[in-house]
Design a binder for this molecule. Structure first.
Ligand SMILES: [Fe+2]
Ligand SMILES: [Fe+2]
Length: 155
């Protein structure tokens, strides 16, 4: 099974859960031409791929759910709005707050969301899954900002 197929069921659950606002994230730009939704799917895909390639034993479901929800802040951070000030520092806390309201999250999923901006969020990730998402998020952000932002799952 390829990586995208293996995240599809989890993605569909996150999209259609009764309190989910995940679909809204397709309307917000993250980096370059990439929406927040596409960015999060890319982070989930690459995180899973890296865990598999490096034979890192992870909780795959938590890894994918945490990656999909790591930027669940639900606003356009490009818009000038006092509520979004210091977005880079504060959005992990916003994402965690929103995601905790809409989903039942386990400890790893919460840590993935809360710590993904390390070292901006002073405290480091506390589990392997959160470290993976923290690194992959930076890689995807760079690729989306500098290139066309297309990660393998779209091709
Ligand atoms: Fe983020
Ligand atoms: Fe991100």
């Amino acid at each position: 099974m390829n990586n995208f197929k293996s995240i599809k069921a989890i993605l569909s659950e996150v999209r259609t859960d009764k309190k989910s606002h995940f679909k809204q994230t397709s309307g917000f730009v993250q980096h370059g031409n990439t929406s927040v939704m596409k960015h999060c799917i890319s982070v989930a895909y690459v995180s899973l791929m890296i865990a598999k390639k490096l034979h890192i034993k992870v909780d795959r479901k938590a890894l994918v759910r945490g990656a999909l929800l790591h930027d669940y802040f639900l606003y356009d951070w490009h818009e000038k709005d006092g509520g979004h000030r210091l977005h880079g520092f504060r959005h992990p806390a916003f994402a965690l707050y929103n995601a905790s309201k809409d989903f039942s999250l386990n400890r790893k999923e919460k840590n993935i969301i809360a710590r993904h901006m390390f070292p901006l969020t002073v405290l480091p990730p506390r589990c392997l899954e959160a470290w993976i998402v923290c690194f992959v998020d930076k890689y995807c952000a760079f690729s989306e900002t500098m290139g066309d932002g297309r990660i393998q799952w779209e091709r």
